[in-house]
Design a protein around this ligand. Structure first.
Ligand code: 5GP
Ligand code: ZN
Length: 134
């Protein structure tokens, strides 16, 4: 499969690997948002979080917590964002599911997502629509 992250798993492409076990790999992002920005992936390919197996989800999330703690300590970060992009519209570029672990520093200049006001009725209708789809 022509997937960059699968090739990092098989060592066809080099990476700064910080953690590896049977199911999970973590390595530094090649274009970090902040110093210490890392990616955590299941070794088994799935395009995004929504199509990953529950087993991979649990394992990858457990390891991501461990990695996030280590990165906070190593970089003396004041906080950490753990996030995942699903789909091109959500900013996903590499279609092998991964968590971003991004250490945060006070006033580090990263722009927060803009928030918008919303109407109570609209929120209630939307909540119902989502619940129908669970
Ligand atoms: P996405 O936008 O898909 O959520 O994030 C993909 C991330 O992978 C980006 O932050 C990008 O910098 C990183 N990335 C892309 N190609 C490579 C690569 O070859 N090696 C490493 N270490 N990171 C990569
Ligand atoms: Zn892959």
């Amino acid at each position: 499969m022509d997937c960059i992250f699968c090739k990092i798993v098989t060592r066809e492409i080099p990476a700064d690997i910080i953690y590896e076990d049977d199911n999970t790999l973590a390595f530094l992002d090649i274009k970090p948002v902040n110093r210490g920005h890392a990616l955590v992936i299941p070794k088994k390919h799935s395009a995004d979080m929504l199509s990953a197996s529950d087993a991979d989800l649990i394992e990858t999330t457990k390891i991501t917590k461990k990695i996030a703690k280590a990165i906070v300590l190593a970089t003396s970060a004041a906080g950490v964002n753990v996030s995942t992009n699903n789909g091109a519209a959500a900013g996903q570029v590499i279609f092998h599911w991964h968590y971003h672990v991004i250490p945060r520093f006070t006033a580090d200049g990263l722009i927060p997502w803009p928030h918008h006001d919303s109407e109570t009725k609209t929120r209630q209708e939307l909540a119902e629509e989502i619940k129908k789809n669970l």
